[in-house]
Design a protein around this ligand. Sequence first.
Ligand code: NAD
Ligand code: UGA
Length: 367
Amino acid sequence: AAWEKQVRHSSTPRRPNGFSVLVTGAAGFIGSHCSLALKKRGDGVLGLDNFNDYYDPSLKRARQNLLTKHQIFIVEGDLNDAPLLTKLFDVVPFTHVLHLAAQAGVRYAMQNPQSYVGSNIAGFVNLLEVAKAANPQPSIVWASSSSVYGLNTENPFSERDRTDQPASLYAATKKAGEEIAHTYNHIYGLALTGLRFFTVYGPWGRPDMAYFFFTKDILQGKPIDIYQTQYQKEVARDFTYIDDVVKGCLGALDTADKSTGSGGKKKGPAQLRVYNLGNTSPVPVGRLVSILEGLLNTKAKKHVITMPRNGDVPFTHANVTLAYKDFGYKPTTDLATGLRKFVKWYVSYFGVQPRVKKETQHTEESG
Ligand code: NAD
Ligand code: UGA
């Protein structure tokens, strides 16, 4: 079938010993960036995405168009469709899976809890069931989340810190994913690597995230809510730039092979590994807002709420020593630099212009 031909074509590696990677959530923010990076270095990439409307699907379609230009095909389907997944693994001998499809977002879990269970637990199990039966068995790298640390107070967060106090259902499903991964590694010998991403931002980002809708609201002169902790302290996040995260994902894939241990050197049984992929430099949300104000030349109408947002944790801060040791992960983009790149993309994608400063306007009018 034409469909099968497309699938085979796009998932055939172009470099010697290149990978053949199934990227789930390929129309998503992180998935689209990773797909392009893998393709660029010569790996074969096939995408899977259900194009759900958690946020404006037209942005997912625009990312898909970008991928299409680079000969990356996205199969439109759901993680829970076992016959479809089985068929994909029958047609393509995937060496790796980069599993990024999930119901993301912390707050939406209070509106639609079942979507988290459906994609992050049932969907993940469905994928693992198909992967365990596939021949060859692929190595799997999947998205966990910094949210698993929940109310952990160690600062910074290390992979060994406690993760038994999730603050949201989202976090609980991501934590469940880590436990489920453990069982598939233990029983079936699947090689599994979990990546705990820390509040990832950048061009083509997610409209449900604060930096994205703050930009929109500041440009439109609408008020923005800034949540504090119950102690009226500023909430801080270890905002991580997308290019750094992409490098981390590729590094994790490179060292994910079944027969390789830490650093890809030791031979041993299939691994279950978990890594922080953060920026190692938490920034208060108020600082995020002032950077945006500067980039947009516009004062935000700030509405400070002296209560935490339901499901929020007070701070996140990654220790990334382990990812550095095992695959050289080293974040290099600070928040101001990364936000500049985001704003540049934003104004071009939406065709808007940041307002000119008042003084400048005055000069132009009188001149
Ligand atoms: P995203 O929502 O942009 O991407 C996820 C994609 O998966 C979407 O395109 C969606 O349509 C697809 N999808 C969802 N459920 C599906 C299903 N059942 N079947 C098929 N496709 C489905 O989110 P993102 O920011 O790119 O996040 C990618 C992964 O990283 C997610 O697992 C998320 O939980 C995790 N994560 C993201 C961040 C972040 O700050 N962006 C931080 C920590 C963890
Ligand atoms: C983000 C992603 O949305 C999750 O999918 C991901 O799993 C998580 O990162 C992670 O690192 O694991 P979050 O950090 O809550 O979650 O991202 P935002 O929703 O963009 O919030 C960022 C910060 O802005 C938070 O401190 C939040 O309290 C604050 N915020 C958010 C506000 O002050 N006002 C708002 O209106 C919204």
